[in-house]
Design a protein around this ligand. Structure first.
Ligand code: UDP
Length: 483
């Protein structure tokens, strides 16, 4: 009968490789490890169609129709997403209704779609938010919300800047420059929006966070205590959730990266990449090129068009969406010729997970986007941190200070990091004493990342606990099915 079919989990993805891929991986685990049926819902018009090919075969997909939204396309991405989610609620509602047989066990929107949570409440199913970043970032948003709500008690509608430095569990001590831009100035509209985002967590039955416990143990403890007091939804570390399927975006463009790496000596190459958007300023591009050249190290550099005035900094998914301009044309005159043989600069999408786990790859110059951070951890590759914006400065601090797996040249977070600092950091990580310490730590973190998903590992147990809660919430007749 119908009841015998496994219960269904519906996940809602926000655009961008860094959000879609980890959510799809989580869905795959729910299917393959826990026997659920899983459907990943996406917003048609915002995805690079090639990105959808990375969804594991065991996960079904449904695309919502295109919506017209009245938000300027070059405005804050978060606003656009909120508006999109708001517009799509009626469709989502009927979609979820049509999916209630087999029974719906849970609805899991990505954080950037968390405004869809009330739909879960209406249907009486658990609504859990998937968070694709660090727990410290959640801690920051929570802090801002609580700070305002305290102040608001005294004087309505007033906002307060976070203290400098802001001390978060970790310990993580954040100066103003380490904060995401949206959290720096309480008089900016973006600060109020951050707070509204932070409030969305309150509607969640729980948070599924793409971390593993060794990454942020103190933050996890603090959130456990908060959940016990009922001050915040329970937090479950269910990472690292990293691409496991072949990277069809890279393969379809016959990526030259892996062929080239195959020809390099073991442990000799610095991989340089700044995520799916990855736009450096023009100046930073020049300094990075000069630093790579001066260091004399071998490198594989995934080059994107620099960030220019009036251009949208966020390329959804494909990372090379700005027409037909050639990013390599922005490199300094003669750079490619002078580094020929020891350096490869490519403008294509890289199969990053495979690059990081390639034996030739020794270090990663990274913007410290959270997915890149997890991928470097899982591959045991130490990082030279060049954070650019948003949560990346916090992530860099975590990697450098708390985990000891990164070196951070001076500058960054809005300032240009100079060529000499870059060259020195590259040489230190490849050959220096500090370099050998961070390498060792990176291998320890790799072991922790792998162990987290062993059958008794921390992430496996956290996901088991979530599944048990979802199953307990199902009606008794619906419970036949999953393991
Ligand atoms: N990525 C990739 N090839 C590229 C650039 C990025 O596979 O050429 C992947 C990378 O492995 C990671 C994601 O895209 O999974 C980028 O996410 P991250 O959080 O690091 O940065 P964001 O793109 O969100 O800034």
């Amino acid at each position: 009968g119908l009841q015998q079919r496994p219960p269904h989990v519906v996940l809602l993805a926000s655009p961008g490789a860094g959000h879609l891929i980890p959510l799809a991986e989580l869905a795959r685990r729910l299917v393959e490890r826990h026997g659920f049926a899983a459907t990943l819902v996406t917003y048609t018009d915002l995805f690079d169609p090639r990105l959808l090919q990375c969804i594991p075969a065991s996960v079904s997909t449904v695309a919502l129709p295109a919506f017209h939204i009245d938000v300027p396309a070059d405005g804050p991405v978060g606003e656009m997403l909120r508006e999109l989610v708001r517009r799509s609620l009626p469709e989502l509602r009927s979609l979820l209704r049509s999916m209630s047989m087999p029974p719906l066990a849970a609805f899991v929107p990505d954080f950037f779609c968390a405004a869809a949570l009330p739909v879960a409440a209406e249907m009486g199913v658990p609504g859990y938010v998937f968070f694709p970043g660090s727990l410290s970032w959640i801690a920051l948003m929570r802090h801002i919300v609580e700070l305002h709500d305290d102040v608001a008690l005294a004087s309505a509608g007033e906002y307060r800047d976070v203290a400098e430095p802001l001390e978060l569990p970790g310990p993580l001590s954040l100066r103003r420059a380490d904060l995401p831009e949206s959290c720096r100035d309480c008089s900016a509209p973006s600060y109020q929006r951050s707070m509204e985002w932070g409030r969305l967590f309150r509607d969640a039955g729980g948070l599924l966070v793409n971390i593993f416990s060794e990454m942020e143990p103190a933050a996890l403890e603090a959130f456990e205590a908060a959940a016990k007091r009922g001050a915040f939804p329970p937090v479950f570390p269910v990472g690292p959730s990293i691409r496991s399927s072949p990277d069809k975006v890279a393969d379809s463009k016959e990526s030259p990266c892996l062929d080239w790496l195959d020809r390099q000596p073991t442990g000799s190459v610095v991989y340089v990449s700044f995520g799916s958007g990855g736009a450096l300023s023009v100046e930073q591009t020049v300094e990075l090129a000069a630093g790579l050249e001066a260091s004399g190290q071998r490198f594989l550099w995934i080059v994107r068009l620099p960030r220019l005035e009036g251009r949208h900094p966020f390329a959804f998914g494909n990372g090379h969406g700005h027409g037909h301009e050639d990013p390599l044309a922005w490199l300094p005159e003669g750079f490619l010729e002078r580094t020929k043989g020891r350096g490869l600069a490519v403008a294509a999408w890289a199969p990053q997970v495979r690059v990081l786990s390639h034996p030739a790859t020794a270090a990663f110059v990274s913007h410290c986007g959270w997915n890149s951070t997890l991928e470097s951890a899982r591959s045991g590759v130490p990082v030279v941190a060049l954070p650019l914006c948003a949560d990346q400065m916090m992530n860099a601090l975590l990697l450098e200070g708390n985990l000891g797996v990164a070196l951070r040249p001076r500058g960054g977070g809005g300032c240009v990091v100079g060529r000499d600092e870059i060259a020195a950091a590259l040489n230190e990580i490849m050959e220096g004493e500090k370099g050998s310490v961070v390498k060792r730590r990176a291998r320890d973190l790799q072991k922790a990342a792998t162990d987290a998903w062993s059958p008794e590992g921390s992430s496996s147990r956290a996901l088991d606990e979530v599944v048990a809660k979802w199953m307990a919430a199902l009606a008794p007749t619906d419970k036949i099915g999953p393991k």
